[in-house]
Design a protein around this ligand. Structure first.
Ligand code: 73E
Length: 833
């Protein structure tokens, strides 16, 4: 029998319920209330940080009401839900976004003003939640925003890292230094600890097979997973989804034996090892590391999330065969792939579902997105490590593999090479489990993140699986970005101009981004162009102000702003950019002062972090900084060329850079960047793009017209042949690309500091040139020349800029998330009244 609720007198309960603070006076009351109670301070001792915290708490109260109603509606209506498992969420700041999505920014500005503070100053007090490395984590954050805004029942699951991505410092010699990011040092107003939501997670121990393919897993170490919830408000709707983050804690009464034996130290050590699981985000982007602690993180997170999902499903009182009708679980890259054997373990060992039925449930519940084809990023875990840490899961993986390999043998009798290629276990010392293959065979559907990438998947990594399962299992969902953060929030000037021009409410085009097309009829209008240019100029000045306060330098905001900001990686070719800059510098030096006056002044911005163990990427940073030093100090050229490396790139810094760019660079070797998402952000803000024919650049070109993108470089099909040539018929760089050879020689000769330092970096180009700089350098320089020419005609340029923005509708993450909802998860919007 269910208990009656509410307990006591219902009317007393109802009277006690809060309602939203939507007018200025309720908002100020709520802020003052939080100053008084939550912070236990008063008006006379309140600084900006305190005022921010109290204001954020008041915004949180408003979100909480919506969150509660949303979750109640989900519980009552029991829709099918989707769960987005991603090991990173790069959320950035929450407060500004929250009041924008609530539609209360003006009221908050006014209220804060009345209390004697300035809204923008308070917004700046918030630290980024930087629980991610780059595109993968930021994509997950955009998808949550879109899920709530499109009223889709989606929850995110991840880890509550105590330390986010490291803080990047630059030493006097230009080296990157890393400092920890203790982002939880101050109160985090936006998280809700759920001490009542806890699960026990086991590691190590032994697994003993019993009957019917079942086993009992016991012993080892148990740790606790504690839930922390982060509210995800939708734009212009009450719908507020949830991001649930797990924190690891030692189990209470843990290792009582050690305590009893008086071995207090050992017991404390064990508790440290439990807490270590969620202590730090691994700072590697697009690479794997093979560390035991990382594997522990992956299992801890997926096991806690599945336990939570299964508990919720069980409360519906349905048979397990109905799980795929109530839950779709999205595996974002291979990092959560252990969820597949874990669900098998729960169903087979704990719920006594027969193996084949369990496998049917599993393969209808999971979906898998691959985000990269770089071989160094394809996850493989050593069999001995898995056996030690997760003995039962290894057994299950072997059983899955046995059955799978048998079915391949049945379909392709006698094809032994094929069996070896497709096996989940890669032979070698040690043997390794291929996580991508496990994710493919355990999922309902598989997708890549841009057309080219999905096609590459079908013809390379997934080729054998396409032949086995059929092509319809392998789809594409091109990435997207949220126009709320990446236009309305980061570029209020442009947002206002668009709204005024389209003559529709902002909420209409922000939720249906194709409406930006209405700008096309003004693309040629000189008055509109003027306003468009003024907005860009204002944004450039805002960025210049930031640079002045952080680096102490004044920037020429009349120059073209040229931006490349992303993780440092050889495949992304920041090297091509810096070598191109050196080439430009030499060219400027070689011409007369009169000729120089005719050139287009350019300020180049770089930003991005290198993985702490990625030696070559760190050398690239050092080179950029030392080149910048020489060039910025040269009186002959400083008016025409300036280079800056902005330290500690983050979501918040991106929000300043993206609206200020005239041109941005996305210049990966063709076939290496799965999608890219910052390319979309720059174009959405009217910045033009210099790029290779790679990832989502291609689809951007298709949408906005190739004549509005500065494309260059070899195409994907040529890349493999060229690499073959480089290996077997190498041509000296002096012959292949004299202009680049000259640049490298000058670096070697010490033009930008001790030449010896850069030798290992230069040799990657001189010798294997895996990323084909020597092949693309000339066409890159030519593309930049076209950029210069185009910029001279400002009216034409502005037309390109307006057209670009107007045609970016496809790249809203709303379109992407609806695509997942309809074509993959089969979930529907549910409007919270
Ligand atoms: O092209 C980007 C893509 O836009 C890709 O490199 C990135 O994902 C973005 C969103 O789809 C990505 N990150 C990782 N793999 N692909 C990755 C791999 C291992 C650890 C951390 C990140």
């Amino acid at each position: 029998g269910k208990e009656k609720w509410p307990r006591g007198d219902e009317s007393v309960w109802k009277e006690g319920l809060r309602s939203a603070d939507e007018d200025v006076s309720s908002i100020t009351k709520s802020i003052v209330h939080h100053v008084q109670t939550s912070l236990s301070r008063q008006a006379y001792n309140l600084d900006d940080l305190g005022a921010y915290q109290a204001t954020a708490l008041s915004a949180k109260d408003n979100m909480l009401l919506n969150w509660n109603e949303t979750q109640l509606a989900y519980t009552r209506k029991q829709p099918k839900r989707a769960y987005y498992l991603c090991i990173e969420y790069l959320m950035g700041r929450t407060f500004d976004n929250a009041i924008l999505n609530l539609g209360l920014k003006d009221q908050y500005r006014e209220g804060i003003d009345q209390l004697g503070f300035n809204l923008e100053d308070l917004i700046d007090k918030e630290r980024d939640a930087a629980l991610g490395n780059g595109g993968l984590g930021r994509l997950a954050a955009c998808y949550l925003d879109s899920s709530s805004s499109q009223e889709l029942p989606v929850w995110g699951y991840s880890l509550r890292y105590k330390y986010g991505i490291f803080q990047q410092l630059i030493a006097p010699d230009g080296s990157q230094l890393e400092a920890p990011d203790p982002w939880l040092e101050h109160l985090n107003p936006f998280e809700i600890p759920r001490y009542d939501v806890q699960y026990e997670i086991r590691f190590y121990g032994q697994s003993e097979r019993t009957t019917k393919g079942r086993a009992v897993w016991s012993g080892g170490q148990e740790v606790l997973a504690v839930a922390y919830d982060v509210m995800i408000p939708g734009y212009g709707t009450k719908n507020t989804n949830n991001l649930r983050l797990w924190e690891s804690k030692p189990k209470r009464g843990f290792d009582l034996q050690s305590f009893n034996a008086g071995d207090y130290e050992r017991a404390v050590e064990a508790s440290n090892s439990a807490e270590a699981i969620t202590s730090v985000l691994y700072p590697n982007d697009n690479t794997t590391f093979g560390k035991e602690l990382r594997l522990k993180q992956q299992y801890f997170w997926t096991a806690a999330s599945l336990a939570d999902i299964i508990r919720r499903f069980k409360s519906l009182d349905k048979p397990f065969s109905a799980l795929p009708d109530y839950a779709a679980i999205q595996l974002n890259d291979t990092h959560p792939t252990l969820a597949i054997p874990e669900l098998m373990r729960i169903l087979v060992d704990e719920e006594e579902v027969p193996w084949d039925d369990a496998w049917e449930i599993v393969t209808n519940t999971f979906f898998f997105t691959n985000h990269t084809v770089l071989p160094e990023a394809l996850e493989k875990w050593a069999v001995p490590l898995l056996e030690h840490l997760l003995p039962r899961h290894l057994q299950i993986i072997y059983d899955i593999n046995l059955i799978f390999v048998q079915s391949v043998e049945k379909k392709f009798p006698g094809d032994r090479d094929r069996l070896a290629r497709m096996s989940l276990i890669e032979e070698g010392y040690p043997k390794q489990v291929r996580m991508a293959y496990l994710a493919i065979i355990g999922s309902r559907k598989v997708n890549g993140v841009a057309e080219l990438h999905s096609e590459l998947l079908r013809t390379t990594i997934c080729k054998d699986f396409v032949e086995f399962f059929g092509i319809s299992k392998f789809g594409n969902v091109t990435n997207g970005v949220t126009p709320r953060r990446w236009l309305d929030q980061c570029n209020p000037g442009l947002s206002a101009l668009i709204t005024e021009t389209l003559k529709i409410p902002k909420s209409e085009w922000l939720k249906d981004l194709k409406k930006l097309q209405g700008l096309l009829e003004y693309a040629d209008d000189p008055k509109f162009q003027k306003k468009w240019a003024v907005v860009k100029q204002t944004n450039k000045e805002r960025l210049a102000h930031y640079v002045e306060t952080t680096l102490g330098v004044k920037i020429n905001t009349k120059a073209m702003f040229d931006v490349q900001v992303k993780r440092l990686h050889e495949y992304k070719r920041q090297t091509l950019n810096i070598f191109g800059i050196i080439h430009r510098y030499f060219t400027l030096k070689s011409i007369t002062p009169e000729e120089r006056k005719k050139t287009n002044p350019r300020v180049v911005f770089f930003a991005g972090k290198a993985a702490p163990g990625y030696y070559i990427a760190k050398l690239v940073i050092k080179l950029i900084i030392n080149v910048a030093r020489v060039i910025n100090a040269d009186p002959d050229t400083k008016e025409y060329l300036q280079v800056y490396f902005l330290p500690d790139y983050s979501v918040s810094v991106a929000e300043l850079l993206v609206p200020a760019s005239n041109i941005s660079q996305h210049i990966s070797t063709a076939g290496t960047e799965a999608s890219g998402t910052s390319n979309m952000k720059f174009c959405l803000n009217g910045g033009l793009l210099v790029g290779t024919v790679d990832g989502a650049n291609i689809e951007i070109g298709e949408e906005i017209g190739d004549e509005n993108v500065f494309f260059f470089g070899h195409l994907t099909p040529a890349v493999e042949d060229l690499r073959y040539q480089h290996t077997y018929h190498p041509v000296p760089i002096e012959q292949k690309c004299p202009a680049l050879a000259h640049v490298l020689n000058e670096i070697s000769a010490g033009k930008f500091g001790e030449g010896q330092t850069y030798e290992p970096l230069l040799n990657t180009v001189r010798h294997h040139d895996h990323y084909l700089l020597t092949e693309d350098f000339q066409s890159y320089i030519d593309a930049l020349k076209l950029v210069d020419e185009a910029y001279l005609d400002q009216s034409k340029w502005l037309k390109k800029s307006i057209t670009t923005c107007a045609k970016m509708g496809k790249f809203s993450s709303d379109r992407a998330i609806l695509d997942y909802a309809e074509e993959y998860w089969s979930i529907e919007p549910l409007t919270v009244e």
